[in-house]
Design a protein around this ligand. Sequence first.
Ligand code: HH2
Length: 282
Amino acid sequence: MHWHHATGTLALDQPRLLAIVNVTPDSFSDGGQATTVERAVALARRLVEEGADVLDVGGESTRPNAAPVPLAEEVRRVVPTVEALRRELPEVPISVDTVKAGVARAALAAGASIINDVSAFRLDAEMAAACAAGGAGVVLMHSRGTVGDMASFEHAVYGPDLLADIVAELRVATDRARAAGLAANQVVVDPGLGFGKRTAHSVAILRGLDRLAALGYPVLVGASRKRFVGELSGVGEPRGRVAGTIAANVLALTRGARLFRVHDVAANREALATAWSILQHA
Ligand code: HH2
């Protein structure tokens, strides 16, 4: 399987890591870490040395009650970082985590390869066309509601078969992507761990992830440092949730996930490479 994006192709013949570069002042576990272009580039350089395959740049936090970010401000945060990363690390594809078509267009024009839309094209009617026009790879993440409440439990109400609901809602998104002209090999799906999901929901998703993989698109998971990992591992401090994150990611790998959005690249790389080698010998 290959993921085609605006600047090339990523082979999914092994687990791949999207490293998180949040250029936000307020993200839940790493806000304020990379608020200047220089700091974002330094962080990205380290993450690439640790084994990142893609850099995922985000300019708007989805933390519940985070301040909404106007388009111009999000462009101001994201675009100079994309330009600098493209210049300094030209081999590494850049993903931009945004729900806004205006940000996606500006980022793709600045050299981004992938648009990671945590609303799976629900919140901006122009997003699918913007991604198609830019030849982007896309991540379609399951969520409900707005940026301000999608990471809360506001919409955490599902029928008796949670995976069936998520797969059905993601199929709407993949159909929208294909109708806009994106090819199947440009699309990746993500169940949206923690987004309108209580811990029991995230657990059920991880256990049944093969049903999402059965949609036929590569699967990405974002477990990194999340609250459900803290609840399952008993670790309150987000930065301390590395081992729990790895447990969730390795489990997801065995159920078909091939892409992993993480803060802690070196540790996840090591664990996923080991697990992958063992799975290859099965
Ligand atoms: N999770 C977050 C943000 N973007 N994108 C995808 N595809 N999948 C995810 O699970 C996902 C995501 C939330 O994490 P983080 O970026 O660390 O925090 P914040 O939203 O506060 O910036």
